[in-house]
Design a protein around this ligand. Structure first.
Ligand SMILES: Nc1ncnc2c1ncn2[C@@H]1O[C@H](COP(=O)(O)OP(=O)(O)O)[C@@H](O)[C@H]1O
Ligand SMILES: [Mg+2]
Length: 266
């Protein structure tokens, strides 16, 4: 059974989707089988993995899988990613689109928060890791992810509001895991993204390391325009060129090693 990891922060724009996609890529390159679940109605991770909704032949997305409220329902929404690289064969996607917003209205329905956990039963058995890209809120869609996950990884920028939001995630996991019927849910790592040579970043980095005592993974991810380009062009990092391309690839490979160490495959 796959180890399920939710990538979370209670703030948008900190790099959750980028990190999900690039960790998945690095894990697949290293030989592991990775399923990415897009739990954000914005669908950014889906697009960056080269997926597009086909109005002529509509694919199932995570929204239909959750709506189905049936054990294993997610299997019907698993599909290939759109990249043309060898290791893409070890990656798969459960995409999202705006339609996922409609699942929000089910938040008050009895047991609705368990629907992703239920839908994943058996559906990710043939993957080593399931990475769940969460929306910036801690409300229903993220709670679905937290109820289904084994572990949480926080992604944060070294900035005040992002760090505070990261703290809210840690507290939420600590206080609500039992209520989500997932008492073993554990925060296993903090990835710091978008680091620049700024005094404020140096200060915030030190603060985050202190707050999350030992949970911060190294290396931190530097702010690199190559990352924006790769995300924008929907391409894997193996296809990016430029002075910093090697550094960017190596960063995610090392972070993927952190993940494997923190959450070994079963
Ligand atoms: N390390 C980085 N350096 C430069 N740009 C980045 C970096 N990480 C992410 N980005 C860009 O920042 C924007 C927000 O990232 P995204 O992953 O969408 O954040 P979130 O999912 O947390 O909302 C995107 O345009 C993305 O390409
Ligand atoms: Mg996102």
């Amino acid at each position: 059974m796959a180890r399920r990891i939710a990538l979370v922060n209670n703030k948008g724009g900190v790099g959750k989707s980028t990190t999900t996609v690039r960790l998945a890529e690095a894990l697949a390159k290293a030989g592991t089988r990775v399923l990415v679940i897009d739990m954000d109605p914005q669908g950014n991770a889906s697009r960056r993995l080269g997926w597009a909704y086909d109005t002529e032949n509509p694919q199932n997305t995570i929204s239909e899988a959750i709506q189905a409220d049936r054990p294993g329902s997610v299997a019907d929404a698993v599909q290939p990613i759109g990249w043309d690289v060898e290791y893409a064969s070890r990656m798969a996607l459960v995409p999202a689109r705006l339609e996922l917003e409609n699942r929000m209205s089910e938040a008050g329905v009895v047991g609705a928060w368990r629907r992703l956990a239920k839908g994943l039963e058996g559906a990710d058995a043939h993957f080593d890791y399931t990475l769940i890209d969460c929306p910036p809120s801690l409300f229903h869609l993220t709670q679905l992810a937290l109820a289904a996950a084994d572990s949480v990884v926080i992604v944060t920028e070294p900035e005040y509001d992002s760090a505070e939001a990261a703290g809210r995630v840690r507290d939420f996991v600590a206080q609500r895991a039992i209520e989500l019927a997932n008492p073993d849910l554990e925060l296993v790592g903090v990835i710091i993204n978008g680091v620049q040579n700024l005094a404020s970043h140096t200060d915030q980095l030190a603060g985050i390391r202190q707050t999350f005592d030992g949970l911060v993974w190294d290396p931190v991810v530097r702010h690199r325009s190559l990352i924006v380009d790769a995300d924008g062009d929907e391409v894997p990092l193996t296809e990016i060129r430029g002075e910093k391309a090697g550094e960017v690839r190596a960063t995610y490979e090392l972070l993927a090693q952190n993940l494997v160490k923190a959450v070994p495959t079963r």
